[in-house]
Design a protein around this ligand. Structure first.
Ligand SMILES: [Zn+2]
Length: 68
């Protein structure tokens, strides 16, 4: 019995995954539909944005983490 298909490089579990950002919070935020106003402070926005600025997006993320 000599069917050795073991010519693959050694892989002892060290599979390198692409550096993933904190998927949970980011995805949760980006899954939000734009609703015409800031999700955090309710300031009116155009119809494609979810937050009026990075501050609100960050704050929203923080709250999402705490309420997990
Ligand atoms: Zn805002």
């Amino acid at each position: 019995m000599g069917t050795t298909q073991e010519n693959l490089p050694e892989n002892d579990g060290n599979v390198e995954l692409p550096a993933a950002p904190v998927m949970g919070a980011v995805l949760a935020r980006q899954a939000l539909p734009p609703k015409g106003s800031c999700w955090y402070c309710e300031k009116p926005l155009d119809s494609v944005r979810r937050f009026c600025g990075k501050d609100c997006a960050d704050s929203f993320d923080e709250e999402a983490e705490y309420t997990r």
